[in-house]
Design a binder for this molecule. Sequence first.
Ligand code: IMP
Ligand code: MG
Length: 329
Amino acid sequence: MLADIIVDLQYGDCGKGKVTHYLCKYKEYTHVLRYNGGCNAGHTIYHEGKKFVTHHIPSGVFHGVKSIIGSGCVVNPAQFFKEIGELEAGGINTQGLIYIADNAHVITTKHLEEDGKDSKLGTTKQGNGPAYRDKYARVGVRAKDVPELEPYLINLYEEFHESGETVRILCEGAQGFGLDIDHGDYPYVTSSHCTSAGALLNAIPPSWIRDVWGVAKLYETYSGYKDFEPKEKIFQKIRDAGEEYGATTGRARQCNWMDFNLLERAAKINGVNKLVFNKVDILEEVKVWKLINNSETVDFSSGTDMEKWLQDKLGNNLEVHFSGNPHTL
Ligand code: IMP
Ligand code: MG
């Protein structure tokens, strides 16, 4: 039995979908499990030359791996069925591959209406916060209470512990460390557990964990209403080069240099042993390489320089990958 975890170390949108897609191709998983969040997430995946954006459905489905929306998630049934339709229309077989934990909670029309009125946090208006609030207030609706979801339900205990078969699970997180309900910049956070600990809330015992893949970008982005982007023209260049517009909302993401202290904290708290820096090609394009360390700007003369600094700081116990082009790792 084993489980690998993919976790975002910044504010979401660091390219977890790409890493999942890559790992599914090269490691032999029996399941891919989305472990937190709802359709606030937007995972962009390039599969066989085609671009797909999924919100609920884990990326394992692209490789014929059983894909589960876990008990740490909240599900909007209409969005779920819409996504299945889009995948099928794009030539992806979903038959017998997509499941929802019977104890996952449901996003209702009321949740959507309420979240739609948000003007304080800059939520994705997908009903996420109200659905989790009702879950914890013990007035929520579970997937097993919705008749139309019946054909997709799965019991995580039976699936992972009672089937008599060896399971190898890839746990795919949503959002990121900076948006985590406990470790993020409260109240500018989402309502779920975005850290590697969140994966364990889906019937996965800690002893099964093999690798924790942390995913970051070489710069940071944040979508929401707090002040994040410094008033410098370079960030508009980065936004355009990096196509930093939300996969769920279409909103322009605020950009900034990487906060190395946040990255270090996230890597430690998540127990990361492998780290992927994505979007290396974007700083190559704008030809400026900087980060923030202990509130000071550190300048580099090239990408190689910056990579060397990061590798030195992060130490040799961590396997670090630098990745550019969205189609490769
Ligand atoms: P909510 O999760 O829709 O309640 O939004 C709370 C905060 O998390 C807002 O700042 C959103 O922009 C942000 N957020 C939620 N999901 C994602 C995501 O998948 N990527 C990036 N930001 C997200
Ligand atoms: Mg995203």
